[in-house]
Write a protein that binds this ligand. Sequence first.
Ligand code: DX5
Ligand code: ZN
Length: 219
Amino acid sequence: MYAPSILGGDFSRAGEELRAIASSGADYAHFDVMDGSFVPEITFGAKFIEDCRHLSDLIFDVHLMIDNPERHIERFAKAGCDRITVHAEASKHIWRVLAMIKEAGKEAGIAINPGTSVSSIEPVLSFADYVLVMTVNPGYGGQRFITQMIDKIEELDSRRTENGWSYLIGADGGISSRNIKTLYDKGLDLAVMGSSFFAEEDKAAYIKELDAIIDGSVV
Ligand code: DX5
Ligand code: ZN
């Protein structure tokens, strides 16, 4: 599955970018919310997502790169997100935040920065619907993929199998046709892509190419 990130597109043409994501055959639209504190940049808040909600039937996958996300869960849930992902590093009470997301009727995701280990979030893995491995330092699109993060995908996949857990595994940052197969071979379910997706003129052809690379019919 794929989640193109609107951060890689043009915010002033959000409706067209969402249509491009939908017609490419991707499953999700990924929204990167940045607060200028947890990460240096500021992007947009719940109103942007609410306005986009009227324009698209895609599954809205919202990545909150914000400090103390508990203050904003209710608002983002009301805006029409389908999944809300919060950073393990952003709250002192991460289980409570995941519970708030679930109570709001949304899928609850937990993201980990490159410096955060899988073992540090072990206690919440049975409770999370989704785990997002950051394969760049969050904050900007177009950065270089950090290869050392691949082991985390494998670790999450084995822990899931060993314990009978059901979370989906995502990766975010620097993903393209060059590294996608390795990630899927290690157990990845969902690839977030910003710059590599929006750089393509024919986005549907790109998604088909990625499918073929993952299933091994194209190298
Ligand atoms: C980075 C964001 C990503 C970003 C990925 O902090 O979380 O979702 O859009 O963009 P690329 O694919 O360009 O690394
Ligand atoms: Zn993201």
